[in-house]
Design a protein around this ligand. Structure first.
Ligand SMILES: Cc1cc2nc3c(=O)[nH]c(=O)nc-3n(C[C@H](O)[C@H](O)[C@H](O)COP(=O)(O)OP(=O)(O)OC[C@H]3O[C@@H](n4cnc5c(N)ncnc54)[C@H](O)[C@@H]3O)c2cc1C
Length: 349
């Protein structure tokens, strides 16, 4: 067997898909505790709306990711891609000019519609109008993972990985009864417990979200004000998220909920009820770039992590880069290679 994959969130899934496209064999182990991918909104948007610019490699990541997910949707015959415009609600009139300038810039012009809209939106507080983002939407990450997992049932084990059970052989490695050429760790924030890579600077950023029921909102667009409010269907909306750097527990808090409620009420003026309150930790890195590469000592142990707050757009390209570096020995970009943290890497197990 070619590759053992540990973790089946967006990273693990993207790596499995990349292997399948190259006719490689694989086996997945996932603890099914919880992951960031299970609670993410799954919004894909290659722009940074706070700063009116593109994200790192935004256009390139978007161009690869959309066909990637669409092919999975078609093959699994399960709807996962929900294209929808994002309405950026302006917090002040001065933003109109910034929007118009940004909409004219190369790259951004593909996504920003230059028109400033002032027609009120039912149920939405938009005193300064809004701008529309095109080519955006939501991947239903939970549905994607559930449907994909079913499709690879024979190559999937639900278990917590035991690092001490890896046995290095001359022709690959053994993990319990599994013989593989490579292991790729795709554990999201849980990587902090991985003895092979725990010294890398995965800082993590906790995000709490609310699922609300708001029958009078009737919005098909994703609203972006102080937070995102994204339609899930059946009058339910995903509302979030907090960005918390200090607290790395997997517990929701009253403080987080109160903050989200305040932001929801700055954005909409219709009644709503709260159906759920959940959280997870985004696998964010100190320099906001993915963590890809191979262990400095064990050349068959690899890492696919650091997808940050943009896992949907980043995962397909990150998986492709890592696969090419392992299979074709194509050098990773320095910006994503774990070797950029050279001193930290040397301290690894
Ligand atoms: C509140 C919130 C909102 C977000 N919204 C968006 C968004 O709108 N758009 C977007 O693109 N991104 C969003 N993100 C970011 C996105 O969720 C992440 O970038 C992405 O999901 C990370 O995927 P991953 O596979 O690396 O990690 P995870 O999704 O955390 O998956 C890791 C998996 O590994 C398994 N695992 C870990 N350790 C072990 C082990 N030792 N043994 C076995 N299994 C193990 C876990 O069970 C889990 O299934 C959001 C994140 C949060 C928290």
């Amino acid at each position: 067997m070619d590759t053992l994959i540990v973790g089946f969130g967006l990273a693990g899934l993207a790596y499995v898909e990349t292997l399948q496209l190259s006719n490689k064999t694989f086996h997945v182990i996932d603890a099914e505790t919880s992951g960031s991918s299970a609670i993410a909104a799954g919004i894909y948007n290659p722009t940074v709306l706070k700063r009116f610019n593109m994200t790192w490699k935004g256009e390139e990541l978007h161009a690869l990711a959309l066909p990637f997910y669409q092919a999975i949707e078609n093959r699994l015959k399960h709807k996962i891609n929900f294209p929808a415009p994002i309405y950026k609600l302006f917090s002040q009139v001065a933003e109109h000019n910034q929007w118009a300038v940004a909409a004219d810039r190369q790259g951004l012009s593909l996504f920003l519609d230059a028109t400033i809209h002032s027609t009120p939106l039912a149920g939405v507080k938009s005193p300064n109008g809004f701008g529309k983002l095109k080519e955006c939407g939501r991947i239903d990450t939970r549905a994607l993972i559930d449907a994909y997992r079913l499709s690879i049932d024979n190559f999937y084990t639900q278990a917590t990985f035991d690092y001490a059970a890896i046995e290095q052989l001359e022709d690959g490695l053994m993990y319990k009864n599994i013989h593989a050429q490579h292991i790729v760790f795709c554990e999201g924030y849980a990587m902090v417990n991985n003895p092979f890579f725990s010294n890398l600077p995965l800082v993590g950023s906790k995000g709490q979200i609310l699922i609300i029921h708001a029958p009078q909102l009737q919005s098909d667009a994703i609203l972006k004000g102080p937070i995102f409010i994204a339609p899930l269907g059946d009058d339910r909306y995903w509302a979030g998220a907090t960005f918390e750097q200090k607290d790395k527990t997997l517990a929701t808090s009253v403080k987080g909920k109160d903050w989200l409620v305040t932001k929801i009420e700055q954005l909409i003026d219709v009644p709503y009820t709260i159906e759920d309150h959940v959280c997870h930790i985004r696998p964010t890195v100190i320099d906001r770039r993915p963590l890809l590469g191979t262990h400095h000592k064990y050349k068959n142990i690899h890492l696919l992590n650091g997808l940050g707050s943009r896992g949907v757009l980043t995962a397909p390209q990150a998986a492709k880069w890592l696969y090419q570096s392992i299979d074709q020995r194509i050098d990773l970009l320095f910006e994503v290679d774990i070797n950029r943290f050279e001193k930290t890497v040397e301290k690894q197990a």
